[in-house]
Design a protein around this ligand. Structure first.
Ligand code: C2O
Ligand code: CU
Ligand code: CU
Length: 493
């Protein structure tokens, strides 16, 4: 146990008991028992202004507050510009954006732009701490394909707790001239942030995100912070941007009537062509964009079915969708979407990563002062992830990758990429074709890690720098004075 955490629990024995519920996976409400009584919240679009230099400016304030997540019960939660979750940021390729992120949490945090291709100093990982009261102002030019990204804290040791309390938001990137897909936010382009929580009888968040093999697996499913939700739709086709923003839970999403739909996007951008199927899976941090057809006046339930990976137990309902008595016509889905395929040369460099237990990669726990890998700018490499234990996943900052194979076989077409986070099932080997970016900085690392936050926080994370090609050998492998590891307090606080 980390020292500060130990001291805290020793000082407050009552809290230690309150946090003892661990990670049961099997006590979700069974399918058919929700009433779908709450209108799905749609996170507001973040306001922005364009300054004289043409820079689009956003402001985010990280704050504490109270939310009514369960009817009639106040829950202490954290959010951006509000008590829970954050606004959806939307920007276009080619725009320069500037974020002013103010930390009003009273404890150290960071904000990482998950999925964004940007200079390491703007990445918002553990090396860009925002101390209480401070404002951090990263700025970068968006130069990547249309995608559904997101943002969340990334303080080493307390990411799990800060995200669990509610710090997460969506970041939609558009690309001018892209294929005609539904894109009216909240109308036919709808974010679905899937998260699972546990509550004490008085409505406080329960569970210790750093306990047990996987941390928290909740027994209440929230979509955009709404428990037991329904959504009214008014168009024939609706695009859902599904984000798994959970600490550990994996979802296998499908409709109760097993209707078929089209997957159009993965983590890092649009697929080459829509893929038709009736079920998709997401591990924490992954995003999938689907387009679904509705008939006037119908109702259908979106649910998740259980698997055998420990993090995906139980069949449960997620959201009821109610179609209006008349639906506006939607344009047909385009046959081709984008050219985003990541290719690697035949002699590509191969790097190997072995996931150990729940707290190390290649036998090493995360160390903020150690550079694990040095990658030349623009490199295309094969990263091989080997997992001899239970379920994990793997996320790489600043890249887009394609999944080459899982245990030697091809991944499902919808899940091959472009991606930045991939499921690595227990006892399996996954190979990725990875495209690295052009922003060089030999002294500021990007992260790669398991996105099960309990694992990330306990050290299943490594650091890489991107450098000018040819300078790899000169790059220092240690970072002086880098220790911003931080351990926060229990969820009730
Ligand atoms: Cu979504 Cu390194 O994180
Ligand atoms: Cu990331
Ligand atoms: Cu893991």
């Amino acid at each position: 146990m980390h020292r500060r955490k130990f001291l805290l629990l020793a000082a407050l024995p009552a809290l230690a008991t309150a946090c003892g519920s661990g990670a049961r996976t099997d006590d979700l409400r069974p399918q058919g028992t929700l009433t779908f009584g709450n209108r799905l919240r749609i996170p507001p679009l973040a306001k922005s202004t364009v300054d004289a230099a043409g820079v689009r400016r956003f402001e985010l304030a990280m704050q504490r507050g109270q939310s009514e997540l369960l009817p009639g019960k106040p829950t202490a939660t954290w959010g951006f510009n509000g008590p829970h979750l954050g606004p959806t940021i939307r920007a276009r390729r080619g725009e320069t954006v500037r974020m002013a992120v103010t930390n009003r949490l009273g404890e150290l945090s960071t904000v990482h732009w998950h999925g964004m291709r940007l200079p390491a100093k703007m990445d918002g990982g553990p090396h860009q701490p925002i101390v209480p009261g401070a404002t951090w102002t990263p700025q970068w030019t968006i130069d990547q394909p249309a995608a559904t990204s997101w943002y969340h804290p990334h303080v080493h040791g307390s990411t799990a707790m800060q995200v669990y309390r509610g710090l997460a938001g969506m970041f939609i990137l558009d690309e001018p001239g892209g294929p005609p897909l539904p894109e009216r936010y909240g109308v036919d382009d709808v974010p679905l942030i899937l998260q699972d929580k546990r509550f004490t009888p008085d409505g406080s968040l329960d569970g210790d995100p750093l306990k047990g093999t996987f941390g928290i697996l909740g027994n209440h499913i929230l979509v955009n912070g709404t428990y037991d939700p329904y959504l009214e739709v008014s168009t024939e086709l609706v695009r859902f941007r599904i984000l798994n923003g959970s600490n550990a839970r994996m979802y296998h999403v499908r409709f109760a009537d097993r209707r078929r739909f089209h997957v159009v996007g993965n983590d890092a951008g649009l697929l080459e062509a829509p893929v038709e199927l009736d079920q998709v899976s997401l591990t924490p941090g992954e995003r999938i964009e689907i387009v679904v057809r509705f008939s006037a006046g119908e109702q259908v339930v979106l649910s998740s079915v259980g698997g055998s990976a420990d993090i995906d137990a139980g069949d449960f309902d997620v959201l009821k969708i109610v179609a209006a008595p008349r639906l506006a016509a939607s344009p047909a889905l385009p046959a081709r979407l984008a050219e985003n395929r990541v290719e690697v040369p035949a002699d590509a460099r191969v790097r190997r990563f072995r996931l150990n237990g729940h707290d190390a990669i290649n036998g090493k726990e995360m160390d903020m002062s150690r550079i694990d890998e040095v990658v030349p700018a623009g490199a295309r490499e094969i990263w091989e992830i080997e997992n001899n234990v239970y379920a994990h996943n793997f996320h790489i900052h600043e890249v887009a990758f394609r999944v080459l194979d899982v245990n030697g076989g091809p991944p499902p077409a919808y899940a091959s990429g472009p991606k930045d986070t991939v499921y690595v099932p227990g006892k399996s080997k996954v190979r990725l074709a990875v495209q690295f970016g052009q922003h060089t900085d030999p002294s500021t690392p990007y992260m790669y890690h398991c996105h099960i936050l309990r694992h990330e926080d306990s050290g299943m994370m490594g650091q890489f720098v991107i450098v000018e090609p040819g300078t790899e050998a000169q790059v220092p492998r240690t970072i002086a004075g880098a220790d911003h590891a931080h351990h926060g307090s229990a969820p009730g606080n």
